[in-house]
Write a protein that binds this ligand. Structure first.
Ligand SMILES: C[S@@+](CC[C@H](N)C(=O)[O-])C[C@H]1O[C@@H](n2cnc3c(N)ncnc32)[C@H](O)[C@@H]1O
Length: 285
């Protein structure tokens, strides 16, 4: 899956991705001296939050432009280019964390979980937040209807939004003991996407627009806005219908029962968040 992430505008346009992810660091509860991977680190904002707690962070992202930006913004931290499906590490880590990235890793979610397992020491934590089942359902329905109205095929949607049961099974079959799993609505104001659903499609579903004849793009997106507005446009502005899956899991010891040697994940206090090419505008996905 290739997403055209506009790295230069990513932080300003989608800064609120990280803002919504902030409490995730409380669930991770990094300890001074721990070694933590931030998987799908983007420009490194979440990595920096982890490092502020005294942990040693390695940010991994498939997009070299993201890694370059993260390195420029956080010169004291380590970032490398790597695909979550097949990265390797020379040491074992105490925790792997991931914010708003796992749902973009669609080639094989089981393989991603397997790589995380391999990177962790027994007892190491895997803590993450991703789009869950039902994420952006209104936005996606508006897209599908508009595409149909314009006689186009099904829009190509590049995400993996698992149900809690599905992801729990994957984690458990992947060698983890689940400690916490939340599946919650997270309506998110599109503060940086005044053009509403149309901006969101341009930012996050640009691939679906790639095959649309250029002269149809604007009327198509206008139709998306018309269709999505009743559910998502408020007097105060557009709201994306995000649904988040948040979890904390622990790697089982090899060949035995679960052994929790790291800090016990505690629920966050705050309420219930490819490798190449440009991140998008509007609500961060
Ligand atoms: C929405 S951004 C989230 C960035 C960051 N975690 C944050 O909270 O701001 C998703 C990130 O996942 C990365 N990504 C997508 N697929 C990936 C893959 N297969 N391997 C590694 N990174 C990937 C993208 O390049 C992008 O930087």
């Amino acid at each position: 899956m290739t997403v055209n992430w506009a790295v230069t505008t990513y932080d300003s346009a989608f800064g609120y991705v990280s803002a919504h992810g902030a409490p995730l660091v409380d669930l991770l509860d990094p300890q001074p001296g721990e070694r933590v991977i931030d998987l799908g680190c983007g420009t490194g904002t979440f990595s920096a939050e982890i490092a502020e707690r005294g942990a040693e962070v390695l940010g991994i992202d498939g997009n070299p432009d993201m890694v370059a930006q993260a390195t420029a913004l956080h010169p004291g931290l380590s970032f490398i280019v790597g695909d979550a499906h097949d990265f390797t590490t020379s040491e074992s880590f105490d925790a792997v964390a991931s914010n708003a990235a796992l749902h973009w890793m669609t080639r094989d979610p089981d393989q991603v979980i397997g790589q995380v397992h391999a990177a962790l020491r027994p007892g190491g934590r895997f803590v993450g937040e991703l789009g869950g089942a039902g994420n952006c359902a209104e936005l996606i329905a508006a897209m599908q209807t508009a595409w149909r109205v314009f006689g186009l095929g099904e829009p190509e949607l590049p995400w993996y939004f698992p149900s809690p049961a599905e992801y729990a099974t994957k984690l458990e079959e992947g060698g983890f003991t689940l400690r916490l799993l939340e599946h919650a609505d997270r309506p998110t104001r599109m503060t940086e996407g005044p053009g509403g659903a149309a901006d969101w499609v341009r930012a996050y579903a640009g691939r679906a627009l790639a095959d649309v004849p250029p002269e149809l793009v604007e009327p198509l997106l206008e139709r998306v806005n018309d269709l999505a507005a009743p559910a998502l446009r408020r007097e105060s502005g557009w709201v994306a219908d995000y649904v988040r899956l948040r979890f904390a899991a622990v790697r089982k010891p090899d060949g035995g029962a679960s052994l929790l040697t790291g800090p016990t994940p505690t629920p966050a206090s705050a309420p219930a968040s490819a490798p190449t090419g440009p991140p998008p505008p509007g609500a961060p996905l």
